[in-house]
Design a protein around this ligand. Structure first.
Ligand SMILES: Cc1cc2nc3c(=O)[nH]c(=O)nc-3n(C[C@H](O)[C@H](O)[C@H](O)COP(=O)(O)OP(=O)(O)OC[C@H]3O[C@@H](n4cnc5c(N)ncnc54)[C@H](O)[C@@H]3O)c2cc1C
Length: 473
């Protein structure tokens, strides 16, 4: 049976990003239908950010307690794996989205459960989970917030073994005795440490170095942290073939010789926008890639928008939600023909300008790695007359934070404008420092004024003062 429905805006995908887009659209005075094929809340809530950080945090807290004379003597046990998994389950609401669906209803958004695809201009068809077919016409816009899907690497034999993706690793009910992780990016590295601390013997295979987009001294600290937890970190290690081993586990043959084995294999080798089956061809678009402007609008199609992982610009929840706020607001404003909404200026509320300048990212390993903006190499490649200042974090706050604290900080300066364009911190507890750097970069705070932002004593933030002094202020 086919039903028809009319609304102002259809948002496809109710991950964190789609929820935010729909919310801003409704707050802007329009109606919105939000279509979700699986769980309301998406990847981040159930299989990514929340469960992975819930798996990591207890190990970090234990290690921090063990790193101080006084508490070290009081904390002599190991992690309680069952309790860690229970706490992880509570953060995913046991993979039940009732709470999020309730939030959607409370926000005045109409939720339709099913799989959606575009069938024409402002037309969406939904194969609903209850067997109905719905044709939804949008008066103003359709927003694609369909997220991303894992990229499967071309490794011989991979399809013959029962391997884990990040979803399996973040939702596992048992900790394998040994785990081989293919992929030295953020998810691979975080999950390698989480599992090592929960008792797995972990081998991490990275084609080049781990965390290749971060500065080397920061990467080195994380590498040391992983190795201290017993992770066998193999860099320049390319898996050529995979097969089931005789004991029921997996064996990975490396290009250039050698094998590694484990009870389980986790493949974490990146993600791409989830655009398959969305009907992009039906509206004359490339079905594999979307080209969007800073308001989220798809090039050449003035009623279609894409945000978050689906847009493929920055695959991070916070940045996707930021894009969603801009896109939700601009759709509502354009519907009302509000001034400044048609071709919004950079840094207006209708554009995700910070995507280009100030994207913060945290690697939640121990030690943590936190970076915003550009590395020195990226800044120079972008034509910026950039300098870098870096040092080890060794201030009163860091020595109080942990005995034998090791950390590293770097700031990248645009010499022509005398503003920061990139900051990296590595070390225990540095993730909470990151927002200060994000504010400085997004606000384009001149160095001479930044000098007057006095860090509290004794905090790790004093590293700001040391960086500015070393720079020459
Ligand atoms: C292991 C791991 C850890 C991560 N940790 C972090 C972190 O700590 N911090 C961070 O910022 N980012 C993290 N990320 C990235 C983060 O998870 C994503 O950036 C974020 O989930 C993207 O949100 P989204 O709403 O765009 O997509 P998703 O959360 O993927 O949501 C998309 C939704 O659309 C639905 N959908 C897809 N197609 C259709 C269709 N045709 N019809 C109806 N519904 C559809 C899907 O079912 C899904 O629910 C992590 C990623 C991974 C894999």
């Amino acid at each position: 049976m086919t039903e028809t429905l009319q609304t102002d805006v259809v948002v496809i995908g109710a991950g964190a990003v789609g929820e935010n887009a729909a919310d801003r659209i409704v707050r802007g005075g329009l109606s919105a239908v939000l279509v979700e094929a699986a769980l309301v809340g998406g990847e981040c809530s159930y299989w990514a950010c929340m469960p992975s950080k819930a798996l990591l945090r207890p190990g970090t807290v234990l290690k921090e307690a063990q790193s101080l004379a006084g508490s070290r003597e009081a904390v002599t046990g190991t992690l309680d794996t069952a309790a860690v998994l229970d706490r992880r389950n509570s953060f995913t609401s046991n993979w039940d989205d009732a709470g999020q669906a309730e939030w959607v209803a409370g926000a005045g958004i109409e939720l339709v459960r099913g799989r959606a695809r575009l069938t024409g201009e402002r037309e969406v068809e939904v194969a609903a989970n209850d067997g109905r077919t719905l044709r939804i016409s949008a008066r103003h816009a359709v927003v694609l917030a369909t997220g991303s899907e894992p990229i499967t690497p071309p490794i011989e034999g991979l399809d013959t073994v029962d391997y884990w993706g990040t979803r399996d690793a973040t939702s596992a009910a048992e900790i394998p005795g040994s785990l081989v992780v293919i992929g030295g990016g953020v998810s691979g590295v975080e999950l390698a440490q989480a599992y090592a601390r929960l008792g797995s013997k972990v081998t991490l295979l990275a084609r080049h170095d781990i965390l290749g987009s971060f500065p080397e001294p920061a990467r080195a600290l994380v590498r040391d942290g992983l190795e201290a937890d017993g992770v066998d970190v193999r860099t320049s290690a390319s898996p050529g073939a995979v097969r089931k081993s005789d004991d029921g586990g997996v064996e990975v043959a490396l290009d250039g010789g050698g094998t590694v084995t484990g009870d389980k294999l986790l493949v974490s080798t990146g993600r791409r926008p989830a655009l398959d089956g969305l009907g992009l061809e039906a509206v004359g678009l490339d079905p594999h890639k979307l080209d969007t402007d800073d308001s989220g609008r798809v090039a050449g199609v003035d009623w279609l928008y894409a945000v978050g992982d689906a847009a493929g610009k920055v695959l991070l929840t916070h940045q996707g939600k930021y894009e969603a706020r801009a896109t939700g607001d601009v759709i509502a404003a354009r519907a009302k023909q509000e001034p400044g909404s048609r071709e919004p200026a950079a840094w207006s509320r209708y554009t995700a300008t910070a995507d280009h300048y100030a994207v913060p990212q945290v690697v939640f390993t121990d030690p943590e790695l936190a970076m915003v903006g550009r590395t020195l190499e990226q800044a120079r490649a972008d034509g910026i007359n950039a300098s870098e200042t870096s040092l080890e974090i060794a201030v009163a706050g860091s020595s109080l934070y942990a005995d034998d604290y090791r950390g590293w900080a770097q700031m990248v300066v645009d010499e022509d404008r005398r503003v920061l364009v990139g900051v990296t911190f590595a070390g225990p507890g540095v993730s909470e420092l990151l927002h200060s750097a994000t504010v400085a970069i997004a606000g384009e705070v001149p160095l001479e004024r930044l000098w007057h932002a006095v860090p509290g004593y004794p905090t790790i933030s004093e590293v700001w003062l040391r960086l500015l002094e070393k720079y020459g202020l």
